[in-house]
Design a protein around this ligand. Structure first.
Ligand code: OSB
Ligand code: MG
Length: 368
């Protein structure tokens, strides 16, 4: 597919409330969008790299730099590869999965729009709506946390994920269980904030019947996660560590991943994400679709992925309003705790031009 031009666009969207994790506090979403223009269609990609390299090594300015200097020249030199060829063409460039994923997503969207095929159909998705979980940041106090969780439960979210860190783990979990009961689906996410030396502290979460604990230890600490999994009853789920289908297979073989959070951006794109889901399913490991505060572009694509049969746990695919008062696409809304999978061609979400212009802070168009 010939690539006539690629537009890079930085946007800045305010969050409805600050989002605090063990690695930092976000108040605005500073994102990079990609628009791929071909002779007969165009497609959108969303780069999930954050402003600063605190979740992974990537960050927005770095993604822009590697796309401009190393990735786009290779795509252009390859004469406009299909989405399915992008990973191979970009393979010589080490790392930068979020930058690569954004390009692959834009080409995939353009291709599917040209073919009139929805992303969910292309994936072989089997559902038209997906159960919606919500990720709840670290709060100033337990009462403030309980208010927030009460609001999400009233909205209908079917699963609550609490962000934790040392000093904010057992107490918030206990408080949420005491107030809302043992029935709610509850899990925690540490974003690498612990070490194996904290195993005793993390075992204190065992009585609360959590679905899982997500990424307690460092990204490269697979042996530590395997050992922790032997010492605690809560199933260990990996996020940051799962950077590819091979990494997923290794983690499973080592006993480091009883559950996997699949994020397309983290692993280099939706096509690699599908492979991870297949590896996990072949090993009897449940997967769910993670989130990176995506705009409606990535949110809709994530809903399509989460609608695939391997995805057996509710994902972090929440309503647009969880993060944004005004999204750049029509908002995804909660319908009885579920998010509807887009049915239009490609990713199925369209940008609202005025809103997009208003939140754009920078653009650059690059041609072969
Ligand atoms: O670890 O899952 C994570 C947000 C940014 C970076 C990492 C993570 C998260 C979330 C929010 O937990 C997920 C979402 O709803 O988009
Ligand atoms: Mg996580």
């Amino acid at each position: 597919m010939k690539l006539s031009a690629v537009e890079l666009r930085r946007i800045s969207l305010p969050l409805v409330a600050p989002f605090r994790t063990s690695f930092g506090t976000e108040t605005t979403k500073d994102a990079l969008l990609i628009r791929a223009v071909t002779p007969d269609s165009e497609g959108w990609g969303e780069c999930v790299a954050m402003d600063a390299p605190l979740y992974s090594a990537e960050y927005v300015d770095g993604a822009i730099d590697v796309i401009r200097r190393f990735l786009l020249p290779r795509l252009f030199a390859a004469g406009g590869p299909t989405a399915g060829q992008v990973a191979h063409v970009l393979e010589p460039v080490k790392g930068h999965p979020m930058a690569k994923a954004a390009l692959e997503m834009a080409l995939l969207d353009a291709e599917l729009r040209a073919a009139g095929l929805p992303l969910a159909t292309f994936f072989g998705a089997t559902r038209d709506r997906v159960p919606s979980g919500v990720s709840v940041g670290i709060h100033e106090s337990i009462p403030a946390l309980l208010d927030t969780v009460a609001g999400y439960l009233a909205e209908g979210y079917v699963r609550i994920k609490l962000k934790i860190e040392p000093g904010w783990d057992v107490e918030p979990v206990r408080a949420v269980r005491e107030r809302f009961g043992d029935e709610i689906l509850l899990q925690v996410d540490a974003n690498t904030a612990y070490t194996l030396g904290d195993a005793r502290q993390l075992a204190l979460l065992d009585p609360f019947g959590l679905l899982l604990i997500e990424q307690p230890l460092a990204e490269d600490d697979l042996r530590g996660h395997a050992e922790l999994a032997r010492r605690i009853a809560t199933p260990v789920c990996l996020d940051e560590s799962v950077t590819s289908a091979r990494a997923a297979a290794d983690a499973i073989a080592l006993g480091a991943a009883q559950i996997i959070n699949v994020k397309p951006g983290r692993v280099g794109g939706y096509l690699e994400a599908r492979k991870i889901a297949a590896v996990a399913a072949a090993n009897g490991v449940p997967v769910w679709c993670g989130g990176m505060l995506e705009t409606g572009l990535g949110r809709g694509a994530n809903a399509a992925l989460a609608a695939c049969p391997e995805f057996t746990l509710p994902g972090d695919v929440s309503a647009s309003g969880r993060f944004y008062a005004q999204d750049i696409t029509a908002p995804f809304q909660l319908e009885a705790g579920h998010i509807r999978v887009p049915t239009g061609p490609g990713i199925g979400s369209d940008v609202i031009p005025d809103v997009l212009e208003a939140c754009t802070t920078w653009t650059e168009t690059i041609r072969p």
